[in-house]
Design a protein around this ligand. Structure first.
Ligand code: F6P
Length: 323
């Protein structure tokens, strides 16, 4: 193996740059030539490759986003698109590809590995929905951004005696909402994993009011059956029983834009190095990540498309703490 290409795919996640930097520097240290691919699988399909040296990744560890750019590439989902990418890989004499991304990206990486291209994935998504891994690159930073917003909202909520519905990202996974609710001292988390009854949400808000609390915070996962917008609409016609006036905030992409936390910089650095290590020992079709607190690799075949369940202990903890 001589030449390794690295790409970032899907939603950007703070800490991806640390992973790119580690791939470039540990790869060169081991004697490989490293090529960056612009805009994920799209760039791989259209030959947007360029060689990277150690200085090209200087000053990026503290930046959110990805210096390589990212994309959601529909063409790569087709066999034709994949074969185009395989041609580009052969033309550029690339011996291995590192794919930094979440569920969709690792599905693409798995497909690529089936075309006899050595591929190693790096688990990276703010959603924390990759089966088998404790926590992925970007989760810690996104969670801390959500917390900062919740802490701020509590201040204005207390001044006006209001309830806030705070919607956080996470696609179909409630991890960010649940942990933001626990760490943010919220009254309730509304999750995709459990059926939402808007009356129960209303009841929680009313109880907070009756206990004499100055505010109520409900953290809502974007994938919940009642998202913040639906709940807000519901409370427009059921506000008399709540006590508090209700406002809604959707954090959305703000959560992805922050400077990576120390945790994400270190995780990104460790996983970048681990991906190079895996390719150097001839591994392919695996994803590196944190498994039971240790850096490890899991086969794409075992994790792609498998649903990651929320820890029931965390769900229970949120219920007990929201008094
Ligand atoms: O997967 C990361 C994520 O931020 C999800 O939480 C969210 O549902 C989605 O990406 C948003 O996608 P896009 O950036 O394409 O709008």
């Amino acid at each position: 193996m001589k030449r390794i290409a690295v790409l970032t795919s899907g939603g950007d996640a703070p800490g991806m740059n640390a992973a790119i930097r580690a791939v470039v520097r540990t790869g060169i240290d081991k004697g490989y030539e490293i090529f960056g691919v612009r805009h994920g699988f799209q760039g791989l399909t259209y030959g947007e490759l360029f060689q990277m040296g150690p200085r090209d990744v200087g000053g990026i560890i503290q930046q959110g986003g990805t210096v390589l750019g990212s994309a959601r590439c529909l063409e790569f989902k087709t066999l034709e698109g994949q074969l185009k990418a395989v041609r580009v890989i052969h033309q550029n004499e690339i011996d291995g590809v590192i794919v930094i991304g979440g569920n969709g990206s690792q599905t693409g990486a798995y497909e690529l590995s089936k075309h006899n291209v050595p591929v190693v994935g790096i688990s990276s998504t703010i959603d924390n929905d990759l089966y088998g891994f404790d926590i992925t690159i970007g989760v810690d930073t996104a969670l801390n951004i959500a917390l900062e917003a919740i802490d701020r909202l509590k201040i204005t909520a207390s001044s006006h005696n209001r309830a806030f519905l705070v919607e956080v990202m996470g696609r179909n996974c409630g991890y960010l909402a649940l942990t933001a609710a626990i760490a943010g001292g919220a009254e309730m988390a509304v999750l995709p994993e459990t059926e939402t009854d808007p009356e129960v949400v209303g009841e929680n808000i009313r109880q907070a009011y009756e206990k004499g609390k100055a505010h109520a915070i409900v953290v809502v996962a974007e994938g919940a059956s009642y998202d913040a917008e639906k709940l807000n609409d519901y409370f427009k016609t059921h506000k008399e029983s709540l006590g508090f006036d209700v406002r809604m905030v959707i954090l959305g992409h703000v959560q992805r834009g922050g400077a990576p936390s120390a945790f994400d910089r270190i995780l990104g650095s460790r996983l970048g190095a681990a991906a190079i290590e895996q390719l150097s020992i001839g591994k392919s079709g695996v994803v590196v990540g944190l498994v039971n607190g240790k850096i490890n690799s899991l086969p794409h075949a075992d994790i792609v498309g498998v649903k990651k369940e929320l820890d029931p202990q965390l769900i229970n903890l949120a219920r007990v703490l929201d008094k």
